[in-house]
Design a protein around this ligand. Sequence first.
Ligand code: PAF
Length: 253
Amino acid sequence: MRVARNIAELGTHDGVVGLVPTMGALHAGHVRLFDVARPECDTLVASVFVNPAQFGDTRDLDLYPRDLSADTAIAEEAGVDVLFAPSADEMYPARFATWVVPEGVAEGLEGAARPGHFRGVATVCLKLFNIVRPDLAWFGRKDAQQVAVLKQLARDLNVSVEIRVVDTVRDPDGLALSSRNARLSPDERQRALAIPRALATRDVEAARTILLHAGLDIDYVEVADLDGPTLAVAARAGATRLIDNVLLEGDPT
Ligand code: PAF
């Protein structure tokens, strides 16, 4: 596996190019994305970039785990061909002043709870699509609204990338894998298990009751159309904000 620290080092690739964009702190959820992507492409690129533009909260950005040598080992083991790990200056050089501001499916849920979040996600993903030029890109269903925003972006801005979605990977106790889980105390983790239990009810009011009973702070519990009707939750266990969702009807595409 090659590690490219800037756009020049990344170069261009022949055949079917696949991209798995990540913010690092790679876990089994990312490995699932690599495993699904690997047989579909000639060159599999994974990006590791903690995108400052999508964090409203500087504390969350500062606390975000960063360990490029661990990420390199995990990506290499999973058969990634190129790990693109640019610096913030490479992605946002001096005088950077052009942003993608998605509307439509980006409104509500995360868009309402984290103003500017999807502007950061859409901008960095469009940049990654332009830099890597992938034919296919894979994202996890845990971030269902993000997937819907990026499909909308590709459609609206004629980006020739096919967005693929992969089911959420869960720990045996049901908690969706997330880099933020590492910040949970044992008690918070126990209480966070109310999230998958709440989603299993497939009902907004029943879910809300379970989350409140577990002492979680609810940002939202809503049904939204994210590639089909989806029950989506954002809640805090202590200082750690977690999101998760369940598709209520249809197959994820
Ligand atoms: O889901 C993520 O890890 C990030 O939002 C992404 C897609 C890598 C953009 O920074």
